[in-house]
Design a protein around this ligand. Structure first.
Ligand SMILES: NC(=O)c1ccc[n+]([C@@H]2O[C@H](COP(=O)([O-])OP(=O)(O)OC[C@H]3O[C@@H](n4cnc5c(N)ncnc54)[C@H](OP(=O)(O)O)[C@@H]3O)[C@@H](O)[C@H]2O)c1
Length: 291
């Protein structure tokens, strides 16, 4: 029987790699993005999609259901990082970040659920991030959307499981895509001239630069993880690419003070700063609360 997958954000990065992988493995693949012309049409049905627009989401799902009559997997992958100092980032940009990374995903899920419930099967795979647990300066709004996506996904899973449907999360770590460039560009745009947070922007530039050691995985690696989440006979709540990502997320969730120290060292290295106050810890790095 044919299996149908819909993937958002399929014009580049992990979404594109996943669309190609599912197509190679015999699935009927629908990929959506704003830059629909970037989605290759070989083995992939390319559809125009802006997840922040209700009408666009409705048309995306309606076209799939009209043509296929079913949908087995929805991969909510479209997303980006609205980085910038929280004090200086306009709230309208934060709202747009939530519209894309959370509400777009929720709307699409609502649109496919009646069909999945009627089928008695289906999976909604939500592409979160280790950033739902691991936090750094300037990533505040991004981390907030991914943490919210996780909790929303967990509750949805409780509600739809009795109908044979699952809602699961994938938590990628640093991956070689355009994501870092976009996040850095946003961090720079969102910092005001003469910003007191300029040092942090410089540190983040080191972390997100093209040859950054934190982006060790490839889009193709993550596509395999998406595929595992879509087909695992015994689904997990959260999927990671590697043990390192899993451990880092756990460390930040369970031992936030330790994580703050480690993040300070990583950022200082990235910025190539050596503080006179102590090796690797720049003077602007906050002491963990209670220290
Ligand atoms: N790369 C990483 O290190 C990393 C780590 C953790 C989590 N993630 C998450 O993984 C997912 C994929 O990211 P990526 O690394 O593959 O980034 P990417 O290469 O920048 O791809 C992002 C995709 O999202 C699409 N998109 C953005 N806004 C959209 C909108 N309003 N409507 C429809 N599509 C939209 C883009 O397509 P158009 O611009 O053509 O619309 C693009 O295809 C994201 O949710 C990201 O937050 C990435």
């Amino acid at each position: 029987m044919k299996r149908v997958v819909a993937i958002t954000g399929a014009s580049q990065g992990m979404g594109l790699a996943a669309a190609k992988l599912f197509a190679q493995r015999g699935w009927v693949v629908y990929g959506g993005a704003r830059r629909v012309e970037k989605i290759p049409t070989e083995g992939i049905h390319a559809l125009s999609l802006d997840v922040t627009q209700a009408k666009s989401n409705q048309e995306f799902v309606a076209q799939i259901l009209e043509r296929e009559g079913r949908i087995d997997v929805l991969i909510n992958n479209a997303g980006y990082g609205e980085y910038g100092p929280l004090e200086e980032t306009p709230l309208e940009k934060a709202r747009k970040q939530f519209e894309t990374n959370l509400f777009g995903a929720a709307h699409l899920a609502n649109l496919v659920l009646p069909t999945m419930r009627a089928q008695g099967s289906g999976r909604i795979i939500n592409i979160s991030s280790i950033g739902e647990d691991v936090f750094t300066p300037l990533g505040g709004w991004y981390h907030a959307t991914k943490a919210a996506l996780r909790r929303w996904s967990n509750v949805l899973d409780l509600e739809v499981r009795p109908f044979g449907v699952r809602s699961l999360v994938v938590q990628p770590g640093g991956t070689q895509t355009d994501w870092g460039r976009i996040a850095l560009e946003n961090a720079e745009t969102n910092s005001k001239p003469g910003s007191p947070y300029a040092d942090l922007v410089q540190a983040i530039r080191g972390l997100f630069s093209g040859d950054s050691p934190v982006a060790s995985a490839t889009s193709e690696d993550l596509a395999e993880v998406f595929y595992r989440a879509a087909t695992d006979p015994k689904p997990r709540y959260a999927y990671f690419h590697g043990t390192g990502d899993r451990l880092m997320a756990r460390l930040a969730r369970v031992h936030p003070k330790l994580w703050i120290r480690l993040a300070g060292v990583l950022l200082a290295r990235a910025r190539r700063v050596r503080s006179p106050g102590g090796p690797g810890t720049p003077p602007w790095w906050p002491r963990p609360p209670g220290d």
